[in-house]
Design a protein around this ligand. Structure first.
Ligand SMILES: NC(=O)c1ccc[n+]([C@@H]2O[C@H](COP(=O)([O-])OP(=O)(O)OC[C@H]3O[C@@H](n4cnc5c(N)ncnc54)[C@H](OP(=O)(O)O)[C@@H]3O)[C@@H](O)[C@H]2O)c1
Length: 338
């Protein structure tokens, strides 16, 4: 078993990490860290458990530690669910201290030496870990994409064998994507907010890095452009998006690409049986009905039609955050980087 910790363990994404790691077959959750406000108190006293799954009693009495590598001598890997402005320095400090970091935060995603990974799509990008080590770092940082980017990348992956140059996307994003205190009920109830800070830029840049090619010590961006329009809607969990791609192929051939899709990896504990599922019903996918497919790790796709247009949907705090990071850690472990 590999000893792991969670940074930001009391937050929205941090709680998802705790839920996914409490009974993990490869990882032993030994350490929970948060801000000074929560440090040195039992986890059960400082966390406001808001998930609809039972609170994992076995870690209830675990004392929350301050967020510093000094107190985490027995930990091999930490999952970071820190706010981006805190993550920038803290994650580097952990990596420099010899600890592997799997991060959800946006701080390091676009740095050339840091892998931005979706295991089913670009597992080879973990090769950038060697580039970090060659520069003298004992540990390393691996990131997963923004929650809307990952849903789109998974939905595009089965189509990547076809040539395209232009991707357009309009998102309908859940309020949990903004964290507990993110969007006031009075602002979102009976409403749509047509702006999510930095979200469109993240979809437009991260997608090209993930779907790009690792050549030697760097990633060459994928040769297409992405144009995104992002919107917050009154849904609790599950980001839905309408996607247009300029592929000149019959719809039946594209549907076949979905039904025959084989991810580039298999056999990781958090990987669902189907990473991408095509739904034939003309009113699917829907967040309430489809977000928990594959325990929240399956991205559902439907309504593929001439244009080429289709709809994709995935769980933003599981596939789009904590689950994505745990899957990355499983790949790191399988590839013996720890
Ligand atoms: N929500 C999503 O769907 C989603 C999806 C993808 C990525 N992300 C990213 O994941 C990260 C966490 O988001 P979230 O929604 O979980 O945030 P959140 O609910 O606000 O939680 C923040 C966590 O960070 C801790 N923290 C705050 N300031 C700290 C400090 N100075 N030192 C140490 N710990 C500190 C908090 O601890 P205390 O409780 O002690 O204050 C808490 O555990 C962000 O970078 C976000 O952009 C979120």
């Amino acid at each position: 078993m590999i000893n792991v910790g969670v940074l930001g363990a009391t937050g929205a994404v941090g709680q998802r990490f705790v839920e996914l790691l409490a009974d993990h077959p490869w990882f032993n959750l030994t350490t929970l860290a948060a801000s000074e406000r929560s440090a040195n108190k039992p986890y059960e006293k400082v966390v406001n458990w808001r998930l609809d799954t039972p609170f994992p009693e076995k870690i209830a009495k675990l004392k929350v530690t301050p967020t510093s590598p000094k107190g985490m001598k027995d930990v091999d890997l930490v999952f970071s669910a820190l706010p981006a402005e805190i993550a920038t320095d803290v994650e580097s400090e952990f990596a420099d201290a010899g600890i592997a970091v799997c991060s959800n935060a946006s701080s390091h995603r676009m740095e050339p030496d840091i892998p931005l990974v979706v295991p089913e799509v670009n597992p080879d990008h973990l090769g950038l870990i060697d580039v970090q080590r060659d520069k003298g770092r004992d540990g390393f940082i691996v990131t997963n994409p923004n929650c809307s980017t990952i849903v789109m990348v998974m939905a595009l992956a089965p189509l990547s064998k076809f040539r395209f140059t232009d991707v357009r996307v309009a998102t309908m994003q859940a309020i949990s994507g903004a964290g507990f205190a993110g969007v006031a009920a009075m602002a979102i109830y009976d409403n749509v907010i047509p702006y999510i800070g930095k979200e469109e830029e993240k979809m437009e840049t991260e997608t090209l890095k993930i779907m790009g090619a690792l050549k030697g010590k760097k990633v060459i961006n994928a040769p297409f452009s992405v144009s995104a329009s992002c919107h917050r809607v009154p849904v609790i969990d599950g980001h839905t998006m309408a996607i247009w791609v300029d592929i000149n192929k019959p719809v039946d051939e594209l549907k076949k690409a979905y039904t025959t899709y084989k991810p580039l990896i298999k056999g990781l504990p958090t990987q669902p049986e189907k990473s991408v599922l095509y739904l034939e019903e003309n009113d699917r996918p829907q967040p309430r009905l489809d977000r928990m497919r594959g325990k929240g790790m399956t991205v559902s796709v439907g309504r593929l039609r001439e244009g080429v247009r289709f709809v994709a949907m995935g769980h933003n705090t599981i596939r789009g955050a904590a689950g994505a990071s745990v899957l990355n850690a499983e790949l790191i472990s399988k590839k013996k980087y720890l």
